[in-house]
Design a protein around this ligand. Structure first.
Ligand code: NAD
Length: 269
């Protein structure tokens, strides 16, 4: 049987998004694909990342979109830095209506091996970073009564993995924070959802183990990855961006506090 074609390009333009979008981790694999999909819808997009070189390269590649793309260097672990970046976005692009929290780091190691520094940086970026950016944006969105937020967590947030305890725990924190925020902001009509990717073809995955990580993810490693990926392949960043854009858009107008898993069935649900 021939496997269905896997689309690797940006999502088709959607007309259910309006206003201004912010993407953190914009220079990474999933973040950049989400940026390209958002730019294709025609709305202004702010690209936030701490990797200045990769950020400028992406902004330059999107130069044809001119003043609809704004690159801002920011460390999401630093709340003052975040507040300044979000203020700059609103000053230059206008009121933010959509936020994607995609910045993240992965430090692998068993609980016995993990250092304090590895634990701390994982929570500073993956958990506190989502809090800092979402709070800064929510304070502006709430009085306006309009907006949607999507946090990119992980299927590791609810599927135990060997050598992933810090990462998985930080992703569980970011996912639950996002759902609680969704409850708090529902009265203002602001939706907050979570996308939980499985193994996805990005620099984060290849940095983990190179090609071995992809083989292990697909086939399954009994002591690390449970049953592998039933659909037989890892995700492309476009698969994740599609889910993010759906939840951001008015097509998901009655969906909030939801966690959408995009992992080829790896988490069995
Ligand atoms: P990536 O490493 O390609 O991108 C992550 C981006 O986050 C990078 O551009 C990096 O510079 C940025 N970043 C890291 N720390 C930051 C900080 N303190 N401030 C601002 N930016 C910072 O990884 P990716 O695979 O594209 O990951 C995107 C998101 O998806 C992450 O939250 C990740 O945990 C999640 N995720 C990835 C996978 C996967 O298999 N690739 C699976 C599940 C979840």
């Amino acid at each position: 049987m021939t496997a269905p074609a896997v689309r690797t390009g940006p999502a088709a333009p959607s007309h259910e998004l309006s206003g201004v979008a912010v993407v953190t981790g914009a220079a990474g694999g999933i973040g950049a694909e989400t940026v390209r999909a958002l730019v294709a819808t025609g709305i202004p997009v702010a690209l936030l990342d701490r990797d200045i070189t990769a950020l400028w390269q992406l902004a330059a590649a999107l130069e044809e979109h001119g003043d609809r793309v704004l690159a801002v260097a920011v460390d999401v672990a630093d709340s003052a830095d975040v507040d300044a970046a979000i203020a700059k976005v609103e000053a230059e692009l206008g009121p933010i209506t959509h936020l994607v929290n995609a910045a993240g780091v992965l430090r692998s190691g068993t609980a016995s091996e993990l250092t304090d520094e590895e634990w701390d940086i994982t929570f500073a970026v993956n958990a506190s970073g989502v809090f800092h950016v979402s709070r800064s944006v929510a304070r502006r969105m709430a009085p306006r009564g309009r907006g949607s937020i999507v946090t990119v967590a992980s299927n590791a947030a609810f599927t135990p993995r060997v050598a992933m305890s810090a990462y998985a725990a930080s992703k569980a924190a970011s996912a639950m924070f996002t759902k609680c925020l969704g409850l708090e902001l529902a009265g203002q009509g602001i939706r907050c959802n979570v996308v939980a990717p499985g193994s996805t073809r990005t620099p984060m995955l290849t940095a983990l183990q190179g090609d071995a990580a992809e083989r292990a993810s697909v086939a399954g490693v009994p002591d690390a990855y449970r049953l592998g990926i039933p659909l037989g392949r890892i995700a492309e960043p476009a698969h994740i961006a599609d889910a993010v854009l759906f939840l951001l858009s008015d097509r998901a107008a009655h969906i909030t506090m939801h966690e959408l898993t995009v992992d080829g069935g790896a988490a069995l649900g």
